[in-house]
Every structure is written in structure tokens, then in C-alpha cells.
Design a binder for this molecule. Structure first.
Ligand code: SAH
Length: 225
């Protein structure tokens, strides 16, 4: 899968996209992630990407032309399944959306900044608007990292132990059961006996019960879906 991220602050994306699973997924060829600096698509000496809003409100607005040029260039090179804009008024991101995106071949994620982006971009070029929650960030970069991370880790083969991604929270609309590791007793705190029993059928049953009980207690709304 290929992800192209368009931003005015490429520095914000460097480390999150180049460590851990995202790093390994790129090294193993499961994912390609490219970051495009919007300033490279300007045509003035000062590399201007923003301007004052019509109507005289406070704050700056991202200009149409550099975004248009960048997206058109990418589109001329390959077909994109989705052109995403990160926005607090988009659909609320969740695991279902991550699963859906992980099946795609090429996506673009456009990060907003400043007061927002000239609305014509959203009207004419964007195919999906995604919010990562009901709060306002400084820019879409952190949201793009959240999307890229959650999508890439579920591409089949990207995680060494594939079963691991499928037993995470929200897959099957259930929260994950508790996990423990050695030592079996620490400070008088014991790991549940069943996990030490070696009886895999019993362990699986316990995990299913825990997942259901935790979901019912903490996120009953998931069980209604
Ligand atoms: N004035 C805008 C917010 C601008 S914040 C408004 O009230 O809607 C600047 C940029 O950060 C946005 O354009 C968007 O790309 C990004 N952003 C902010 N909050 C976000 C969120 N919850 N999810 C995804 N992107 C967000």
C-alpha cells in the first residue's frame, strides 16, 4: 500500500512514521509512505502556502494553488482510491475505517494547518474527510500519523505476528482481554491461574469472557453495534 501525505510541516511526520512497525512495514515492502512539502508546490520566492481569509476573519487560510498542483501531480502518476482531508468536522475515525483504508492501494492524506484550507479544495478534490476526535489540533499532521499507523499495522504481513493485530481492541467490536508476562508473581500480585494452566481451550474461553465482560463494563455501546 502507498500513502502520500501532504503537509506544510514535514518535520512533524519524520519520527512517528520511521520507527517501530511503520519502519519495518516500509523496509519489508508492505507499505510505502511519502511526505510532500507543500512549499515545493508554490511558485513565488517566499514559497507562500497561506493567505488572509476573504471576509476578514482572524487566522490564515491554506491557499488553493499549491494543494491543487501537488494533488494533480500525484494523480497524474497513479490512481488514488481515496483523497483524505484531516478535519475536526469529518467522520469520526475508528477501527472500521482503518480496516477499510488498509485494503486500499493508494491514498493521499492532506493535512490542514492554520485556520483551515480554502474550501474549494474540499469541494472539488477531497473524497473523504476524517476527524480523529472532538478536539482541535494545531494541524492535521498528528491525525495523519494516527491514520497511517493504524492502517499500516493491519496490512496483512506488516506485523510479524499477524494474529496479534486481529486480537486487538475493536476488532469484533470487543475490547482486548488483559495480558500478563513473567514473573507469575510480583510483590504478591499474581497472574490469573488459568493463564499458567497450559490448557489452551480454557485460556481462550477465559480471554473471551474477559473481553466480553470488559466491553460490557467499559464500552457497552460497542455491543449494541
Ligand atoms: N478552524 C478549524 C480548525 C483548524 S485546526 C475548525 O474549527 O474546524 C488546523 C487543522 O488541523 C485543520 O485544518 C485539520 O487539518 C487539523 N485538525 C484539527 N483538529 C483535527 C481533528 N480533530 N482531526 C483531524 N484533523 C484535525
Amino acid at each position: 500500500m502507498r500513502i502520500d501525505i501532504i503537509t506544510v510541516v514535514p518535520e512533524l511526520l519524520a519520527s512517528p512514521l520511521n520507527e517501530s512497525i511503520l519502519k519495518r512495514a516500509q523496509e519489508s515492502g508492505h507499505a510505502e509512505i511519502y511526505v510532500h512539502n507543500l512549499r515545493d508546490y508554490t511558485d513565488d520566492k517566499r514559497r507562500t502556502v497561506d493567505d488572509y481569509p476573504f471576509g476578514g476573519e482572524a487566522g490564515m487560510v491554506m491557499k488553493v494553488e499549491p494543494v491543487f498542483r501537488c494533488i494533480e501531480k500525484l494523480k497524474s502518476e497513479r490512481d488514488y482510491d481515496e483523497i483524505i482531508f484531516t478535519s475536526p468536522d469529518g467522520i469520526t475515525y475508528n477501527q472500521h475505517e482503518a480496516n477499510r483504508l488498509s485494503l486500499m492501494k493508494n491514498i493521499i492524506i492532506l493535512c490542514g494547518h492554520y485556520k483551515g484550507i480554502d474550501y474549494r479544495i474540499r469541494e472539488h478534490l477531497i473524497t473523504r474527510e476524517i476527524s480523529i476526535g472532538d478536539y482541535v489540533l494545531t494541524g492535521g499532521e498528528l491525525a495523519a500519523c494516527v491514520i497511517a499507523d493504524s492502517v499500516v499495522r493491519i496490512i496483512p504481513g506488516a506485523i510479524g505476528d499477524e494474529a496479534s493485530a486481529l486480537t486487538d481492541c475493536f476488532q469484533d467490536n470487543l475490547l482486548a482481554p488483559p495480558v500478563y508476562t513473567r514473573p507469575a508473581e510480583f510483590n504478591g500480585w499474581k497472574v490469573p491461574d488459568v493463564l499458567l494452566s497450559g490448557n489452551f481451550a480454557e485460556i481462550e474461553k477465559w480471554q473471551d469472557e474477559q473481553a466480553y465482560a470488559r466491553t460490557k463494563a467499559l464500552r457497552p455501546d460497542l455491543l449494541d453495534e
